[in-house]
Design a protein around this ligand. Structure first.
Ligand code: IPE
Ligand code: IPE
Ligand code: MG
Length: 249
């Protein structure tokens, strides 16, 4: 498909069945770079361009929530050089894109833990993101230093403190209470989770929130992921029958 063909796919989307929230595991940057005879970090750099395209497309189709996995709590296990490159690339990309995001109605936030981040990192992220918080067309979450288990640990810590201090009774802890203490508090669960690069696993992504998500996998490496493929994932999603444990009508 040429880069503009996705426009032909957009009218095929059933507006009444739009997913509210799409979450993406952007995987395969390293393998993409290797295939081109380049260093892994060049793959990450190429991947940023694709994030931009997918955010633009999400605006075009009026998607409400988009969450992208940028760096996991397990990614600290990579070489120091790659980790440092990613930390800088992610912050620099935010700083470089924030004006456009603000102008285009995007409300952006980073979700993840502060653990192990360099001093001041979170402050710089928040200073930039804050400028977009009056927007409400597209809510864009960047899962940065994110781990689903870490997210649950932090929720349990806050909830148990509330119990200890008498603000909450153990029997009052419901699914809603737990959801309200996650980084995604107040947001709908993802309807569709996309993963590129042929890996068929969750890698600690949105483990609580994706309980009833539909999954869509592609062999395409993230830097080659196209707007057309993004739209195709939505068209495929719209063919699925979601039962949520009930019997089919
Ligand atoms: C995804 O690409 C980006 C991050 C995890 C930060 P990878 O870097 O995992 O690329 P592969 O999977 O090694 O090809
Ligand atoms: C998941 O990809 C994390 C991100 C895309 C940021 P990984 O490449 O880290 O996942 P594994 O190690 O293959 O499961
Ligand atoms: Mg990977």
């Amino acid at each position: 498909m040429t880069s503009d063909n996705y426009k032909l796919l957009i009218p095929k989307i059933d507006k009444d069945k739009m997913p509210n929230h799409i979450a993406i595991i952007m995987d395969g940057n390293g393998r993409w770079a290797k295939k081109q005879g380049m260093k892994r970090v060049n793959g990450h750099k190429a991947g940023v361009r694709v994030v931009r395209e997918i955010v633009e497309t999400a605006r075009e189709i009026n998607l409400k929530y988009l969450t992208v996995y940028a760096f996991s709590t397990e990614n600290w296990g990579r070489s120091r050089m790659e980790v440092n490159y990613l930390l800088k690339l992610i912050l620099d990309s935010l700083i470089g894109e924030i004006d456009d995001l603000v102008q285009n109605g995007v409300n952006i936030r980073f979700i993840g833990t502060e653990q192990h981040l360099p001093p001041g990192y979170d402050v710089k992220v928040e200073e930039n993101c804050r400028r977009s918080w009056h927007n409400n067309d597209l809510y864009l979450n960047v899962a940065m230093n994110y781990g689903g288990r870490r997210e649950l640990i932090e929720a349990v810590q806050v909830i148990s403190t509330k119990v200890k201090d008498g603000y909450l009774k153990p029997e009052d802890i419901t699914e809603q209470v737990i959801s309200d203490h996650l980084y995604t508090a107040g947001m709908p669960d993802p309807d569709l989770v996309i993963r590129t690069s042929g890996e068929i696993r969750l890698s600690n992504y949105l483990i609580w929130q994706s309980t009833y998500s539909e999954f869509w996998f592609t062999e395409t490496l993230w830097p080659d992921f196209s707007r057309a493929e993004f739209i195709q994932s939505i068209l495929d999603y719209q063919e699925r029958k979601r039962r949520f444990g009930k019997r089919e009508k």
